[in-house]
Design a protein around this ligand. Structure first.
Ligand code: NDP
Length: 298
């Protein structure tokens, strides 16, 4: 069997187009653009790239993008004051503080300062609690993107066995909550899990969010299973490569021969993350303006 490739890039482009339609509808209904503010502290090169692409995608979707930069040595109080200002600004619907923050800042404290109804990353404990109890809130972008890909591929997930490898707050745990909400039977695996290959072999759905290049092997996979690879790992350069290849947490070439469907790296989960961020920002705009956005539209 050769697995179908789940084209996250194409799905993300469709989602971004739908977000654009809803952003224009929001502007027509409310008289203002939906607004997303992104805060970057310091000069971390990867974070600068993310922030630039978020800004570009926000503008392309017809939304207002507000970028705020603070120096790496800014005081935590300065960042908290900026967050308070953005919380109070009615033109800002979503706030994203780019992580990681410099070591002298307390990330948990900064996230807790964001208004939960503007927390489009879904990291605030209020949104974590809403997700855990099945209330409406914001769900972290990467796992929500994974769920969208799974539903597009499989339709109803009810009763399926899912194994999520990784238990981080930004990917593994919310992914497990989302799958549970879809009535999957969910197992969360982590670095202390025993007999991981055996456990993964039971799964109809495997989500790998570990950060270990090509860890999940073909003989871990039940034939026909759907495999979602969240990992992004850069291998050391070989031969004449100037930069090493990007690979996921799944040994793609061999797992493709066993799985029913699989996301590639790059081009699978990665492009979904920004598309879902934009989706969350438009949903925030509708909610903050007290306007109705029917659930099936985004
Ligand atoms: P974390 O490092 O926060 O979490 C990794 C998890 O993997 C931990 O729960 C850890 O277990 C578990 N783990 C580590 N080693 C093993 C092992 N040998 N067997 C089983 N489990 C193990 O990572 P993130 O969740 O933030 O990210 C995971 C991956 O996803 C990374 O490659 C990251 O780059 C990528 N990523 C991709 C995104 C995208 O947009 N596509 C967005 C976010 C992340 P324990 O808790 O016991 O330590």
């Amino acid at each position: 069997m050769t697995a179908d490739v789940i084209d996250g890039k194409a799905f993300a482009a469709t989602l971004r187009a739908r977000v654009g339609t809803e952003a224009r509808r929001f502007e027509a209904d409310s008289g203002r653009k939906a607004g997303l503010a992104v805060v970057l502290v310091g000069e971390d090169p990867a974070s600068q790239v993310y922030v630039r692409s978020k800004h570009k995608a926000t503008v392309e979707a017809g939304m207002a993008s507000f970028e705020h930069r603070l120096p790496a040595d800014a005081a935590e109080a300065e960042l908290l004051a900026l967050v308070a200002q953005l919380n109070a600004d009615p033109s800002v619907d979503g706030i994203l503080v780019q992580l990681p923050l410099p070591p002298h800042m307390d990330e948990a404290k900064v996230i807790a300062a964001i208004d939960p109804d503007k927390d489009v990353d879904g990291f605030h404990v209020v949104n974590v609690g809403r997700l855990a109890t099945g209330l409406h809130g914001f769900v972290p972008c990467t796992p929500l993107g994974c769920l969208m890909l799974l539903k597009e591929r499989l339709g109803d997930l009810s009763g399926l066995e899912a194994v999520v490898i990784g238990r981080s707050n930004i990917v593994g745990k919310p992914m497990a909550q989302l799958l549970l909400q879809e009535s999957c039977t969910v197992t969360i695996a982590h670095s202390r899990t025993r007999n991981l290959p055996e456990m993964v072999r039971r799964a109809d759905i495997v989500v790998a969010a570990v950060g270990r290049p090509e860890m999940v092997k073909a003989d871990w996979i039940k034939p026909g299973a759907t495999v979602i690879d969240v990992g992004i790992n850069r291998l050391p350069p070989t031969g004449d490569e100037s930069k090493g290849r990007l690979v996921g947490d799944v040994a793609y070439d061999e797992v493709r021969d066993v799985a029913g469907a699989i996301t590639p790296v790059p081009g699978g989960v990665g492009p979904m993350t920004i598309a879902v961020l934009l989706r969350n920002a438009v949903v925030a705009a509708y909610r903050n303006a007290g306007l109705d956005l029917p659930k099936d539209r985004l």
